[in-house]
Design a binder for this molecule. Structure first.
Ligand SMILES: *Cc1c(COP(=O)(O)O)cnc(C)c1O
Length: 434
C-alpha cells in the first residue's frame, strides 16, 4: 500500500511511514494511491463469512504485502473482536450499532487496529514508542483502551480539566500500566498546542521516539471501512437500494464509507448528516467550502468547523463538486430537532438514540420522504449511556448503563495535573524520561 499526500501527489510513502508518522510535513493527509476493487464473488458469498473474516479480505486487498498475510490476519482478528449488528427501527430505517467495543464508541475500531498495526511496525525497534494524544472526549477513551498493554508502546493522553464528562475522564485515567493521563488546566486547544509543540522540541525528541494517534492517521480509517461490508451483509437480502447515513464531525467515517464503495460495495449513495456545524452540507449545497469556528451542541463529538478529512474526500471526487454531490447528500439538524427525534423514536419504537445517532435517524427519515423504496442504514456512533445527562433529560427517564460504564464508576482516577504552560509539560516529560 503506497500513499500520497493530498498536498503533493509526488510525496509518496509506504504504509509503515504513514502509520508511524501520521501526517506528512507538507500538512496534507496520506491517501492510498489506489483503492482496489474486490471481485464480485466476495460480495455474493459475503454472508458465509464472519465479520473478522470479511474484514481480513478487505484489509489484505488494501494493504497487500506491506504486512505479511499471517500477521495481518492476527491483527484483524484481534482488533475486530466485537460485533456490529444492524438493528431495524422503523420501516426502511435501521441502525448499524458501532458501540459494542471497550469504550462504547465507533472509535474503538480505529484505535484497536491502529495500535496493533503500530506495534507491528515498531516490533524491531529497541526504544519504546511514546504516543502523545490530545482529546476532547471520545478519542482518548478509545486510544487508551486500544493501546492498553501494547508491548513497546506507551500513551500519554492530555485532556482539558473539567471539560470532559465524568465517564469519559474515567476511561482515560483508570487503566494504568502503559497509559498515562495529564489533566491540563486549560482547553482542548491548549492540549493540542502542547502536543504539537512537543513534536518539534529537540529537547524531547532526543529523549523520546514520539508519535501521534490523532484521527487523521490512515490506520484509523482502514478498519472503519470494514463495518460497511458487515452492514451490507446484514441488509442485502432486504433491498437492493442501500443508503448509508453518517453522523459526521471530522468525516473519517464517511471517508471510510467512500473507500468501501470504491472497493465495489454496492451503495446507492451516502448521507452526510451534521449538527449546526454544517460546512460540508453547505458545500454540497453551494459548491463553496468555508471552514468556520465550531459552535457547541449536544452532539458534541461532531462540533467541528474545519473537518480534517475534507481534503481526502475532495480527492476521491477529483475535486469535482458535481461528482461529490451526486454521491453524497447533505443534511443538518439543530439541537431542538435532535431532541425531538430522540423523544419520538423512544416513544414510537422504544429505541434509545444518543444525540449523534438521533441526527442520523432524522436524516434517514427525511431521505425516505423522497425515496420511499430505499433502505437507509444510519450509523449509531456511540452508546447513549456515554451521554447520560442529555439522554435522561430529554427522555425524562433513567436509563440503564452498560456494565462497562458501571464498572468504571467505582475506579480511582490517576492523572498528573499540569498547567497549560509548555515549560511545565516539558519538565514533566523530562523528569519521567529518567
Ligand atoms: C468522533 C465521533 C463522531 C464523528 O465522527 P467523524 O468520523 O469524525 O465524522 C460522531 N459521533 C461520535 C459519538 C463520535 O465519537
Amino acid at each position: 500500500m503506497k500513499l500520497y499526500s493530498t498536498s503533493d501527489k509526488n510525496n509518496i510513502v509506504d504504509l509503515k511511514e504513514a502509520v508511524l508518522n501520521a501526517m506528512p510535513r507538507d500538512k496534507g493527509l496520506y491517501m492510498p494511491f489506489n483503492i482496489p476493487r474486490i471481485d464480485d464473488d466476495f460480495y455474493s458469498s459475503i454472508s458465509s463469512r464472519t465479520f473478522a473474516e470479511n474484514s481480513f479480505i478487505v484489509a489484505e486487498k488494501l494493504i497487500g504485502d506491506f504486512i505479511p498475510r499471517d500477521e495481518l490476519e492476527a491483527i484483524v482478528t484481534d482488533a475486530i473482536n466485537f460485533p456490529a449488528p444492524v438493528v431495524g427501527i422503523s420501516e426502511g430505517i435501521s441502525t448499524l450499532e458501532l458501540f459494542h467495543g471497550p469504550s462504547l464508541a465507533f472509535k474503538d475500531f480505529g484505535a484497536r487496529f491502529m495500535s496493533r498495526t503500530m506495534s507491528y511496525f515498531n516490533r524491531n525497534e529497541e526504544d519504546k514508542l511514546t504516543i502523545l494524544v490530545a482529546t476532547s472526549g471520545d478519542t482518548g477513551g478509545a486510544v487508551a483502551a486500544g493501546f492498553y498493554d501494547t508491548p513497546g508502546i506507551e500513551v500519554i493522553i492530555l485532556y482539558p480539566s473539567g471539560k470532559v464528562s465524568d465517564l469519559q475522564e474515567k476511561q482515560l485515567t483508570t487503566l494504568g500500566k502503559n497509559i498515562y493521563a495529564c489533566e491540563i488546566d486549560g482547553t482542548f486547544d491548549d492540549c493540542q498546542a502542547l502536543v504539537k509543540r512537543a513534536f518539534l522540541d529537540d529537547g524531547l525528541t532526543e529523549k523520546y521516539r514520539l508519535s501521534s494517534a490523532n484521527s487523521i492517521n490512515i490506520a484509523r480509517l482502514i478498519p472503519q471501512s470494514f463495518y460497511y461490508f458487515e452492514a451490507y451483509k446484514q441488509v442485502v437480502e432486504k433491498n437492493e437500494n442501500i443508503v448509508f447515513c453518517i453522523p459526521s464531525g471530522n468525516f473519517g467515517n464517511l471517508t471510510a464509507g467512500l473507500m468501501a464503495s470504491r472497493m465495489g460495495l454496492p451503495v446507492k449513495h451516502f448521507i452526510a448528516a451534521t449538527n449546526i456545524n454544517k460546512v460540508v452540507p453547505d458545500y454540497l449545497d453551494t459548491g463553496n467550502y468555508q471552514p468556520q469556528e465550531s459552535s457547541p451542541t449536544i452532539s458534541n463529538a461532531m462540533d467541528v468547523g474545519s473537518p480534517s478529512n475534507f481534503s481526502r474526500m475532495l480527492d476521491m471526487f477529483n475535486k469535482n463538486h458535481t461528482e461529490f454531490k451526486n454521491e453524497v447528500k447533505g443534511f443538518f439538524a439543530t439541537d431542538e430537532e435532535t431532541e425531538e427525534t430522540m423523544k419520538e423514536v423512544y416513544d414510537q419504537y422504544r429505541y434509545i438514540l444518543d444525540p449523534h445517532g438521533a441526527i442520523g435517524y432524522r436524516a434517514s427519515e427525511e431521505h425516505r420522504k423522497s425515496f420511499p423504496s430505499d433502505q437507509v442504514v444510519f450509523l449509531e456512533t456511540a452508546h447513549p449511556g456515554k451521554f447520560l445527562p442529555t439522554v435522561e433529560r430529554v427522555l425524562e427517564k433513567k436509563i440503564d448503563l452498560p456494565q462497562a460504564l458501571i464498572d468504571l464508576q467505582g475506579k480511582e482516577k490517576e492523572a498528573t495535573p499540569l498547567s497549560n504552560n509548555y515549560t511545565d509539560f516539558k519538565e514533566y516529560m523530562i523528569s519521567r524520561a529518567k
